[in-house]
Design a protein around this ligand. Structure first.
Ligand SMILES: [Zn+2]
Length: 216
């Protein structure tokens, strides 16, 4: 019997900065005032049980976090999120999922959680944005002139080795906006993979066009 065929453990490439960001962000969720993180717009104080109930009942899987609270917690953490956003964003997501699963009951393992950051400082006018801000987290101002239709994009790909005799599966490989197959199969050395769409996670992406605000 080929045991590796039944291996369901997700496989990630180890990234020191990503893992460290995940660890510090977890501490932020653990140590920072929960009411501030999750209910920053409400004055009413909620205890953890009430918080639990709201998250479970809520249809939304997006948690809104005030970026000013991240700065207040750690300059280093907020800097790395701003400077290397595309690199560390998957680790923030994993950290949040881990935190919620460790602290709340009745959360399905299949549920993905998302982080939406607001109040990111140093708002830039869209006309001065150039390639130097690529992969960074910035806040911009401008007028939205066009919104395209939503389309699905692969977020976490599950691949199966195309060698029928092997069938080794790699679960939930982070795609980071580029289609990325695993390298050689660690079981048989084959380099060809089949994407298993039913076991992969897709998200809807929507593009918009923004132009500068002209006074006249
Ligand atoms: Zn294989």
């Amino acid at each position: 019997m080929n045991l590796t065929k039944h291996l369901k453990k997700p496989q990630y490439y180890y990234d020191v900065i990503g893992e460290e960001t995940k660890r510090v962000f977890y501490n932020f969720l653990k140590c920072f005032d929960l009411n501030k993180i999750f209910f920053s717009k409400k004055e009413k104080s909620l205890n953890f049980l009430q918080f639990n109930k709201i998250i479970i009942q809520s249809m939304s899987s997006t948690i809104f976090i005030n970026f000013e609270h991240l700065i207040e917690f750690s300059d280093e953490l907020s800097d790395v999120i701003q400077e290397q956003y595309i690199r560390v964003e998957p680790y923030l997501r994993r950290s949040l999922s881990e935190y919620l699963r460790n602290n709340l009951q009745k959360i399905s393992n299949a549920k993905e959680f998302w982080i939406s950051l607001y109040n990111v400082p140093n708002k830039k006018k869209v006309e001065i944005v150039d390639c130097r801000v690529l992969n960074k987290l910035i806040s911009i101002s401008g007028t939205v002139t066009k919104i395209a239709d939503c389309y699905p994009k692969l977020l976490l790909g599950t691949f199966e080795c195309s060698n029928v005799a092997c069938g080794f599966k790699i679960w939930h490989t982070e795609q980071n906006f580029l289609y990325k197959e695993p390298k050689n199969c660690i079981n048989c050395g084959n380099i060809n993979w089949i994407l298993i769409t039913n076991d992969s996670i897709f998200v809807f992406i929507q593009k918009m066009r923004i132009q500068g605000i002209y006074s006249n």
